[in-house]
Design a protein around this ligand. Sequence first.
Ligand code: KG4
Ligand code: ZN
Length: 366
Amino acid sequence: MGEPLVLGIETSCDETGIAIVQGSTLLAEVIASSVDEQARFGGVVPEVASRAHVEALTSTLNQVRENAGVAWTDLDAVAVTAGPGLVGALLVGVAAAQGIAVAIDRPIYGVNHLAAHVAVDRLVHGDLSEPALALLVSGGHTSLLRIDDLATDINPMGQTLDDAAGEAFDKIGRLLGLPFPGGPHIDALARQGRPDAIAFPRGLTDAASDAEHRHDFSFSGLKTAVARWLTAQQRSGTPVVAADVAAAFQEAVVDVLVTKAIRACTESGIDVLLVGGGVAANSRLRSLVTERAEPAGIEVRIPPRELCTDNGAMVAALGSLLVERGVAPTLPSGASGLASLSEAGGGFDADSSLPVTQVSLVTPGE
Ligand code: KG4
Ligand code: ZN
């Protein structure tokens, strides 16, 4: 086989992301988002997300195949996010992926959404550099990972003890009356504010907590501090400059993320830092990490913004990596045939709490 042609399907949250890659080249990608529908509820409603995936999937799949200029039977494998995420949303993608894999008799990989956020780097920079350190910052997760082999060997160093970085952005966005999701709106508003206008706390950076939670994060104290500050201003009748709050809050989050990521690199002698997940689209995070990494001799790899937030390209990128590295699929081609699927009791399931260390699902029963 030359470079494997892989279809990627992502439906773990509110984006229906479909893509086709050849090795580490992205051929086509389409994202259908239900975020505008979700915004009316001020957050992601699982049932709304699942329904939107069902509605978007067929036309999105066809559009990507057409844009890539390939036939379904040209594909070497199908990759789909199996977790973590909203179970109903995940199941839509898993069912569709299995349907396609059965129809064309190809192997199928049920992959980890978080590892996929890291794998997307190969579409931008080509071959992954391993070992690398990954700072993964999304709406549901905030982790520092040591990547020894992205296909098989991911080692968590630290994670958030409470809110995820993106969740913190979204909660503060709500406090400031910004639309959901707050992250991109805070990013835009912060550009008109002063990051040093208010001194917000940097969680888990003092010497006492540092020993035990050196590589962990905590954002709930910051969230409370912002809420208290806003209440105090309102009580005293002082007008709030929302842009200053946004800038000072953002600076606190980004400062902690960057400080801890660079320190983890330096301490473990790793000179490549991959930054991924929706919050990696943040303009201040992108500039500060680059600024601080350079003097430390660390190469920073951040995908372009549109590949940071959820998409199908990252899933296809991880799928093609697994094929190239000879990792056993979740269901091999023969086994994904209709007869054996029914014998096996219907293929494989989504796993809403798939741990980050499990890059892909192994064949059920093996
Ligand atoms: O990775 P992602 O698309 O979905 C999850 O897997 O969670 O991340 C979504 C998160 C949301 O919390 C959103 O507010 C945040 O990423 N986000 C941002 C920016 N763009 C998206 N946060 C800060 N600044 C941004 N520019
Ligand atoms: Zn994500």
